[in-house]
Design a protein around this ligand. Structure first.
Ligand code: NAD
Ligand code: TYD
Length: 360
């Protein structure tokens, strides 16, 4: 079996569902169920003996030691993290705790467990750390995309905490020979994406007749990857990646935020027209920018293509249509995650961003 951390979050739950749909190896899923974790994402696995869920914290060393020794996984796939940049600006401490201390704890417990393995079990064991392109900082308009050798220049508490965790993972390989693999992926989108992030937030707000908030001038660029393509890349790195290596994963889909929001409005206009008529674009509202907002991310994904023969299958157009369709079909899921805590976050993040003059 494999141990997955954060398997009730956005990417983790997609990974667990895909893993069990494409093979028979069991999953031990450890997740703290923070605001971002949701067991409803895994509802289709109820009664499936191949999935074992444990609610717990990656910072709890005793728990991790017990789980590793009792279940003896052949790999750890580590998704658990605090993941939202805006939340890291309002409250960085949780990011340091989970992303840095939690990853350290998991690495150290993983190494202790690995050191007890012998023969084939020891050779087969691996620890895959799921990280982000944000560790590389921000690109200028004509800079080449991030490759695996770009220097780390994180700019937000979120990206700084992920950078620190990447460094610890690297150090455990170089110092102890612990068999690690790291992936640095660009922005994901798709089913089960929590509606605090741009794409699901815009879909949810559009349908609720609420403003579609664009930070600053909306010309910040992200490189979007459909979540199932990311999950396929992780499976490939887990099976064929070389220990100690990092692999950049991206969709070759650089888009300005405003273009993403326009594309979403156009798809919604077609699939779910506004009851009042007119385009959802009318709901776009420019708001104060994110402090320290990175201008551009882009991934050079040639290494994983060349060495591991992975390429994204979805284009931005096909992936976005699938995503909008999923949200239209899963209104109950969206409503269930828009709890009291969610409303508090929306108030906290958006109430101090006075609307600003339209800039485009
Ligand atoms: P998410 O916020 O949707 O989910 C994170 C999950 O981790 C949640 O289920 C949460 O309950 C769990 N968790 C948080 N703290 C925990 C703790 N201390 N112990 C155990 N579980 C805990 O995040 P996501 O978007 O699915 O991202 C997953 C991973 O992928 C993260 O490491 C993130 O940095 C990385 N990543 C995300 C993106 C993206 O676009 N979302 C892109 C690249 C990399
Ligand atoms: P987000 O989904 O938070 O991902 P990340 O910050 O990890 O890239 O944001 C994607 C982009 O969209 C980012 O440039 C910030 C911008 N954005 C808005 O313009 N408005 C919003 O309400 C949100 C949440 C994000």
């Amino acid at each position: 079996m494999i141990l997955v951390t954060g398997g009730a979050g956005f990417i983790g739950s997609n990974f667990v569902l895909e893993w069990l749909a494409t093979g028979d190896e069991s999953v031990l899923n450890l997740d703290k169920l923070t605001y971002a974790g949701n067991l409803n994402n895994l509802a289709s696995l109820r009664g499936d003996g191949r999935h074992m869920f444990v609610q717990g914290d990656i910072c709890d060393r005793q728990l991790i030691d017990r789980l590793l020794n009792e279940h003896r996984p052949r790999a750890i796939v580590h998704f658990a993290a605090e993941s939202h940049v805006d939340r890291s600006i309002h409250g960085p401490a949780a990011f340091v705790q989970t992303n840095i201390n939690g990853t350290f704890n998991l690495l150290d417990a993983g190494r202790a467990y690995w050191s007890t393995l012998v023969g084939q079990a020891r050779d087969a064991f691996r620890f895959l750390h799921v990280s982000t392109d944000e560790v590389y900082g921000s690109l200028g308009p004509s800079d080449p995309p991030f490759s695996e050798t770009n220097p780390y220049q994180p700019n937000s508490p979120y990206s700084a905490s992920k950078a620190a965790s990447d460094h610890l993972v690297r150090a455990y390989y170089h110092t102890y020979g612990f068999p690690v693999l790291t992936t640095n992926c660009s922005n994901n989108y798709g089913p089960y994406h929590f509606p605090e992030k741009l794409i699901p937030l815009v879909i949810a707000n559009a349908r609720a007749g609420k403003p579609l908030p664009i930070y600053g001038d909306g010309q910040q660029i992200r490189d979007w990857l459909y979540v199932k393509d990311h999950c396929a890349a992780i499976r490939r790195v887990l099976s064929d990646g070389r220990f100690g290596e990092t692999y950049n994963v991206g969709g070759w889909n650089e888009k300005a935020n405003l273009d993403v929001v326009h594309a979403l409005c156009d798809i919604l206009d077609e699939m779910d027209p506004r009851p009042a008529g007119g385009s959802y674009r009318q709901q776009i509202t420019y708001v104060a920018d994110r402090p320290g907002h990175d201008r551009r991310y882009a991934i050079d994904a040639r290494k994983i293509e060349r060495e591991l023969n992975w390429k994204p299958l979805e284009t931005f157009e096909t992936g976005l249509r699938k995503t909008v369709q999923w949200y239209l079909d899963n209104d109950a899921w969206v409503r269930s995650v828009q709890s009291g805590d969610y409303m508090k976050w929306m108030e906290r993040n958006y109430s101090q961003r006075d609307n600003v003059e339209e800039q485009a």
